[in-house]
Design a protein around this ligand. Sequence first.
Ligand code: NAP
Length: 919
Amino acid sequence: MTSCEKLRVAIIGQSSFAGEVYKLLRKDGHTVVGVFTVPDQGAREDPVATTAAADGVPVFKFKSWRKKGVALPEVLEQYKSVNAELNVLPFCSQFIPMEVINAPRHQSICYHPSLLPRHRGASSINWTLMCGDKKAGFSIFWADDGLDTGPILLQKECSVDPDETVDTLYNKFMYPEGIKSMAEAVNMVSAGTAPRVPQTEEGATYDPFLNKKELVRLDTERPAEDIHNFIRGLDSSPGAWIMMDGKETKLYGSKRFSGSKPTGTEVAIEGCDRPGVICSHGLVITGSDGKMVSVARLSVEGKFVQAAKYGQVEETRERLELTAEETAVAEDLRKTWADILKIDVSDETDFFVAGAGSMDVVRLLEEVKMKSGVELQNEDVFMASKFDDFVQTVVFVARGGSLKPEFTYDAIKMHVNNMDISFPHQIFINNEFTESSTGRQITSINPADESPICDVARSSPSDVDRAVRAAHEAFTEGEWGKMNARDRGALMFKLADLMDQHKEELATIESIDSGAVYTLALKTHVGMSIDTWRYFAGWCDKIQGKTIPINNARPNRNLTITKREPIGVCGLVTPWNYPLMMLSWKMAACLAAGNTVVIKPAQVSPLTALKFAELAVRAGFPPGVINVVPGSGGECGQAIADHPLVRKLGFTGSTEIGKVIMKSCAESNLKKASLELGGKSPLVIFADCDMDKAVRMGMSSVFFNKGENCIAAGRLFIEESIYDEYLRRIVEEIGKMTIGDPLDRSTQHGPQNHLAHLEKLLEYVDIGVKEGARLVVGGKRVDRPGLYMEPTVLADVEDHMFIAKEESFGPIMVVSKFAEGDVEGVILPPLYSAVTWRVWSVVPMTRVRPGLWRVYARCEPAPCTSRIGSTPAPASSTPTTRRTWPPPSVASNSPDSERTSGEEALNEYLKTKTITFEY
Ligand code: NAP
């Protein structure tokens, strides 16, 4: 504060705002010589009066200062008795005569909640929002005759969020900054530094006082944007209203709503031929331009209700019997209410009927938090405005209850694997499950017996467009984009916890939908997915840039920094072999980086992705952050790759489709693409291996998850002297495998994922045999219902054969012999360039052979269309299932590959922004 004379100040105004200004002025050493406020309303005294009276400062409560434009002499006399040097008018709702305004030595300064000359008049803050202004703020001006035209002393502005309401704007800026600035202005006056900048008439508006009911009635024959602005501009006071179903209904919590018209119950809105829709988003109103807004809360003839629940039989929470401790809390709450309302509070007292305003709600919430640790939202007070209901709400939440409306969807319910399971079967957009725009469906089949599980909605390109737009809005305007990185991480941890709680259900769904053996699904498909979510949740608040030394631009200096930022809407397209794990590997990194996502799971195994979406809602992910569009690759996957609002595409699948996708990404909008493709990894077994270990490794490398494994050993190279023994041992082990129902805990080998795949595997064996490979064991469909393939071994395979080069993606071991000691021959061209090595594996040996390091040094990923070196371990970019090799530096050398784990995976979903400051 500048050194200045302390002033004798009269405060003319009302509300807790005036009360806080009063306190600050006294703290700054000024003397408040009198407080002039409105008379008590019933027993309720204005807060500034209470605060001042407690300090013994004279308080005057005038109903009016003038009559027929003439100042009342007795009022003037009382005012003059305090002998003020400056009048300070924070939130003054009365007309103050010019004799008073001009009486003090320094005259009068007045707070006005708009950027004058815009929005003169008493409802300026409402009009700021109703007009859709992008900037709001307040002015402190030299008071005039009440028309808000006096010279400006000080102005402060802030940006306006698209969903800002009067309450949020007031709480975040107008109130805290306004109080400080009033004190600052008084100090400027006393220091003689307060300017008087005349207001221009340019851009000036005088907006009507919204004190008449007809002025706040919503005209629904307006574009949706105007409707949204009108509702939020009056939220929460005085509240916009419509006649809905013949009842006067006030509207609160407006949001712009994108996507196609939601399904729900239609309600008639007077004066509008487009009915409103009650759905899980609340009340959706369509504007004259066909765009929509959703309204979260209604006050129907004075009774608050969640809009989503309007018209439903009211769910009454069971009445809670309070413990002695809770009764004490209730009595404390009663005292809080009485302090705020300045009346005796009975169980029937209604907070708002008793005269509470929005600042009283803020104070109540703060006091409740301080006294009971319970955090409520403004709307919780609206929903429980009677004292008794409010107590019940506080106790309910204190006991761990949730006030959020229950999330429901059209669930498929089954009793299977000795448990009840339920899962969605519709498209998931904006946290809602809906039918496809075409009504088309795809039947999901259980490969264990080929029985239908359910019909799943088949997304069309227009559904994809809807999903992408929802994701775009969530990224650019939704809560997700504004969320702290740590909160984002907390949400992801919560989701992982929920997946953990539902892991048996998820593994069962995965098993019936993809044929995964249940025990494996529990540990791998689901278990590793959960690990992945936890791993990436921890990354959220550790994404950071660098400071970079660059040459200074003398005489100035430079500071260059980089920021790591999310890319935007990301499309993900995944295969059917590990449906939930493929989703998790990509999506966890993608969301940790702060992007939003539209995922197309494989059409043959979409169910865990949909169950996952349900859990994401329950974890609290905001609408639009995650969208799931089940459907066919050629139609719905292609639409994602082509979409101009999608900025990045993460794909896992075949090399062939990968090429198509990369081209589409380039042609549509040059979107960033990362591809995890097919491949054929070698497993090299040397004669001095530990044979038991080598057999175990060969079996798991080929037959794990019935061979539907992206890092499966596509070829085995066995050193000549142990070749026959190795094959004999493998056949022996295959004979011990239990083939059967994947839900049976003893089963080791389940059905292949779908019929077309099984048929391709049988054809693959035929081709191999025709080309001269020796069928050692298997090769046929198992003689039982379901899509079972015998574990198969094809030996004596030579480099030129189809099966030596092409991936089977099934339980087929493809074995070749190599000459004793011919380490280099194993990897020499043309074999080297003919296949796409993904992971090199070498069975642990009794000693490290001389020359072997040379092999690994040469083992650069070949002309590679495949991911090399990504891994099933969430934290690592090195292949861990393959024990030792190759070292990471060798492994991660592919030019067009994708990392799906570790920090490297995160980088796939981030962009780097470089910023240089000159100072
Ligand atoms: P795919 O036929 O390439 O299908 C993968 C995904 O792409 C499916 O969701 C598919 O939809 C979709 N798709 C098809 N055509 C498309 C198009 N034009 N535009 C956009 N998306 C399209 O592969 P798959 O048979 O499901 O999976 C097996 C392959 O995945 C194997 O080659 C395997 O090696 C590879 N894979 C690789 C890894 C790795 O980490 N590198 C991991 C797992 C699997 P539909 O549902 O209609 O088929």
